[in-house]
Each structure stands twice: as structure tokens, then as C-alpha cells.
Design a binder for this molecule. Sequence first.
Ligand code: EPU
Length: 419
Amino acid sequence: MGVEKIRVIGGRPLRGEVNIYGGKNAALAVIPAALLTDDVCVIENVPNMDDIRIIKLMLQELGADVVLKDNVMTVCAAGVRDKQPSAQLAKMIRGSFYFLGALLGRRGYASVAMPGGCKIGERKIDQHVKGFEALGAVVQEDAEAVHARADKLVGTEIYLDMPSVGATVNLMLAAATAQGNTEIINAAKEPHIVDLANMLNSMGARVRGAGTDIIRIRGTNHLHGCNYSVIPDQIETGTYMIAAAGAGGDITIHGAIPVHLDALSAKLLEMGVRVYEGDDMIRVVSQGRLRAVSVQTMPYPGFPTDLQQPLSALLTTAQGVSEINETIFDNRHCHIAELIKMGANATVQGRVATITGVESLHGADVVATDLRAGAAMVIAGLMAKGETTIGNVHYIDRGYERFEEKLRALGADICRIHE
Ligand code: EPU
């Protein structure tokens, strides 16, 4: 078995319809909530991708019964006793760290290895730790893991220094079964935060304010099973929108929530792409050369950092000079060097990438430097003249289900090869 790569022959417009899967980052937040009850939780619209398969294995390791079939995950955590998640799995993904909040809420103690995830800059956990401590836990970090223990969790006010998605999720999970009221101030407002609140509420929790700066949680000592459906993937939706804008053509994306993509739609419109929205669909029509734009990544509802890299691929051929200021992570421009191999004219200074649009990209042998960088390289491949091969496809498999298959159905010339 050789090295797996994705091969794209560029220059074909995308046309047709595509359906969006459930959100990766939403599912990663929602699934650990099932640890807070012994009842069965049936979670629908779960994407089938590597990150989710790792979470499934972690749950099974703890003693939960888990089935993932046809994008429905059934979890029964009744068999979860005193085991800890193994470091080997926890280190593979970022979402593994949510087991700390969920297990703390379930049984008052947990040890979870420092989480992995894409290498896109420093990814601190101080806000998670501060919040757990405020809830009454004793938290210790050593070379192996983060250990948290609490005789009982007691609700309190927690101010986050920045609206961290991960800390907000972890603290919501821990606070759901704490005694009394918790307020998370300066909470993240991303769509998956609202999704987790809805999941917890469907289990009998009392979470209010998700989607605003302050989330209020009235702890309850009994949560029950639920049937829940994960929201559509905001980033997968955005990736197809940018792909169509770059390759040209006319695609309709179904099963999306257009308001979650407002920041991207605004930027695409500014570039000269036509974007039409319906209740749960977005149509993207693109032809001819687009205009350069400048973008600053921001917490939701600002421009999402996860779409910054795909957008930068699109900007490589836009007329004029674009600037991308990455304010969330301190090292999320590694893919720019790969775009340059394809003919892009771009420079990076600290957190700012400056891209001067060229007439066209040409195919090249490149690599995905992380998950969304991988999506960016595929988009660049669709836009380029000739053949592009993309290595490190395992990054892409972490976060996109049936990526090549869905693009092929839209008319792209893309396949997986073994070299
Ligand atoms: N931060 C701290 N201290 C903390 C927590 C965060 O300083 O305790 C800093 C981080 O270092 C970073 C910033 O705050 O600079 C934002 O971090 P955040 O906690 O919001 O991000 P995350 O929870 O680590 C999630 C997603 C990322 C996405 C970001 C931002 C998951 C599993 N991951 O990461 O998704 O980019 O929020 O929206 O939900 C991806 O899907 O490709 C991806 C990287």
C-alpha cells in the first residue's frame, strides 16, 4: 500500500446539488453530553469522519455502548465506571478534551491527556482549567494529562478572557449537573455552542442564553436520554461555497443554515460572486475573475477562522491585493507556502497574509498542512490549470465526509490515488 493522495485536474466548473452533513465540531461537543446520563441518547446527523470515529472509540474504551450507523449515533453510557480515556486516542484530536468536563460532571473526576488537533498555533487550556476550578474542582497538570477532581461541583460565575469555543463547551458540560447556577460570561457564540445547549436541554438541563455573550445554566442532578439531531456543518457548507466560487459554475447547497454563513456570503458578494439564500439552501453562482477582499477572522458571527484558509485559495486569483488577518490562532498560514508552489503571489508576516491576485494557478505536487489547509489545497486544485496532487490526506479525512465523491458529483475531476 503506497502513500494516499488526492489528485485534481483543475479547470472544470462545478454544477448541481450537494447535501451538507452534520457539523463536525457540533457533533464533537454534543456527543460527550451523552456521558451525563445512563439512558440512551440517539444522536442523528452525525458525520462519519475520523474525528468522530476517535470519539466513538474513546466512549467505548470507557465502557459505553456506542453504535454509529447511517449517520446516527446511539450512545448508552450506563456501563461507564472509573476508566479514563487512553492518552493514545485523546492526543489525536482536540474534541477529546470535552471528556474532562463531561466526566467531571458525571462522576466528579477525570484524567484526560493534553488534546491534539491541528497545529495552527498555541492552543492553551487555561480558561478550561480556570472554569473547572471556579466550579470547585482541583485541577492538576503533569506531563501525561490534566487531572480534575471535585467532591461536588457548585455553580458560579465564570468570566472567560476570550470567547473560547472549547472552554465554553467544557464548562457547559461540567456545569449542567453542578449544584446551583452557573454563568459563563464572554462565552463563545458559535452555532455549535447553541447546538450543545439544545442537546443538554433535550436531556432535561436548563441552559439559557447560548448564542449570546452570557450563558446561564441551572444545574440539575438528573439528566435523561434524548433524541437529538446535530446542526448542519457550517464549515463544510462554506467550503463548497468557496469551491464553487473558485472553480466557477452554479451549485445549490441543501440542508444548510444560511445565517451561519453570513460572514462568508458577505465576502463572496463583495468579490463578485452571486449568492442566493433560501430557508435551508444556498445557491452560489460564479463566473469570470473575482475581486480581492480583505478579511479578519473573528469569533462568531465574525468571519470564521476555519474558512480563512479555503478563502485564501480563492483570493490567489482575485484581481487586486487581499489581506487576511488571522486573529484567533497564531500560526494558521502554513498552507500559503503550498499555494505559492501553485503560482500564488503571497507573503506572510506574523498573523497577516497578503495575497496579490495572479491570472491563474497551475497544478503542482503539494501537501495539506492541516485540515482546513487541505480543503484550501483541494479548492486551489479545482481552480488551477493542470494536475495537482495533495499529500497528507489524513488531515482532510478528519473533517470532511466523502469530500472527493461529493465534488465529483458536482463535476470536478478529482480522485484518490495510491502512489
Ligand atoms: N485559548 C486560550 N486559552 C484557552 C482556550 C483557548 O488562550 O483556555 C485561545 C487559543 O489558544 C486560541 C483561541 O483562544 O488562540 C481560540 O481557541 P478556542 O478555544 O476557541 O478553539 P478550540 O476550542 O481549540 C475550536 C474548533 C476549531 C476552531 C476554533 C475556533 C473544535 C474541536 N475545534 O477549537 O476547529 O478553529 O474552535 O472557532 O471544535 C477545525 O475544525 O479545523 C478547527 C480547528
